[in-house]
Design a binder for this molecule. Sequence first.
Ligand code: NAD
Length: 526
Amino acid sequence: MAERLRVLVTDTIADSGLDILRSAGDVDLDYRPGLKDEALLQAVAQSDALITRSGTAVTPELVNAGSRLRIIGRAGVGLDNVDVDACTARGILVINAPTANIMSATEHTMAMLLALCRNIPEAHASVKRGEWTRSKFMGTELEKKTLGIIGFGRIGTRLSRRARGFDMHVIAYDPYVADGVFQQHSVERVQLDELLARADVITVHTPLTDETRGMLGPAEIAKMKQGVITLNIARGGIYDEQALADGLNSGKIAGAAVDVYTDEPPGAEHPLLKAKNIVLSPHIGANTIEAQDRVAVETSRMVIDALRGSIFVSAVNLPFEGDAEAAPFISLAERLGSFAAQVINGPVSRAEIELYGVEERLQKILSIAALKGLLSSHVGNVNFVNAEQIAQQRGIGIASSSNPNPRDYANLITFRASSQRDEVCVSGTLFSERSQRVVSVNSFRVEFKPEGHLLYIINKDVPGVVGKVGTLLGDFEINIAEYNLARTATGGKAMGIVTIDSAMRPDAVAALRLHPAVEEVKLVHL
Ligand code: NAD
């Protein structure tokens, strides 16, 4: 008889998800929302999979109690309550449902925009108070207004369609998306400064990254039109919240709608709570019946698939722990993709992986891993299931090839990313299971470990550059762990890959760029 699979659910999830678990012939469902403490540990010990929302903390203690536990399903996006490292260490796959709420967040953006333009919250409250002051609530129309979208990904593109339905003119800024995507959505591609200057309504839909944190601060707000409307339904911290409040209070910004905050919930003294002309909601962009249904259905299906052996589930940790052959190559391919993404200039339009002396069966998964690495630097929630699809949606042409004969090294993975104006070709090899090395970048022969903080420098091959880099890093108190130098035979160019102990401040990078021999400096984090 086939082995029975026991799935423990410790938070309420939508019936649609429970129905899937109940009707799976090989699954025994243990539905016990609110289970805590010793009873929780005992139930976990008897389960093959655990499905939670945010109510159950998946701690190392819980993970260790789960001697049979193979899967954690987080019915939602956030993983604040799941110790992913503890799960990975025990070979437990962590699955989430990151994209089930895209449409809900898109519609919430429209809802907030319309509420703001027509003063709905204030008007509603005044009628409830028994007032009838129609002239107080003068609104604005959306028709013929220019909408500026910052971040043209899943939500940004969907929003553009809805805004065009309102006869808005849509412009967008996203340095990491190919031209074709803008054309496909009939949206005008612009640079950030142009968007800030032209848009009547500005809405941000990027992930929160080192680059986007505080990307809309006092200087950017100063460049916006007088009387602009701004929205943040993406992540708290993309706007400098004090600067946004100041812009509202001074009248520079006519209105703002915000769903997300740097600290949630925002404290009583938070500047946005007291700002003029603002519509606030408590991070409810994803809260719809449909999104909750989709989350429950997707998580339940994936947990069952994973228990039955599928690796193509939306996992946040490596789903190949058991495959000792594959895992180190997958990790290397992902790092090569990530390196290329952080070094290339312009949005990537083509990605190609070539394998030499690597088992052919790994061709597909290594291609996906490299794409995942390539995309993850700028796109949120990329995983092994959706990486290929996201790449295609972003106009990236994909190719892969596999050659059984080794080339220079016993095994070699070459990843090539191209944009309209640039190409990055990076190759790596595994000396041993744990010993990854990048061995070439474009025409430069190098040897460095693809991990941690790296400084990528292209310069004219003249004396003094290495010394200058060393002094400058010293001035900024950044310790150098390794300095890799390479130069081309022709062209008189040199490349430096400097492994540093900590991240570098933007002013330190800017100072390096000022050196006359330095042509390019990029910070890479792997
Ligand atoms: P996505 O990853 O599909 O798209 C993000 C886009 O931002 C990408 O196209 C990327 O190229 C672009 N980008 C990255 N860095 C950029 C930069 N510096 N400048 C301009 N563009 C940049 O993400 P998505 O699914 O569309 O989600 C967008 C945001 O919405 C995310 O922050 C997500 O967490 C948030 N979100 C919020 C809620 C909510 O409840 N309020 C719900 C769902 C999603």
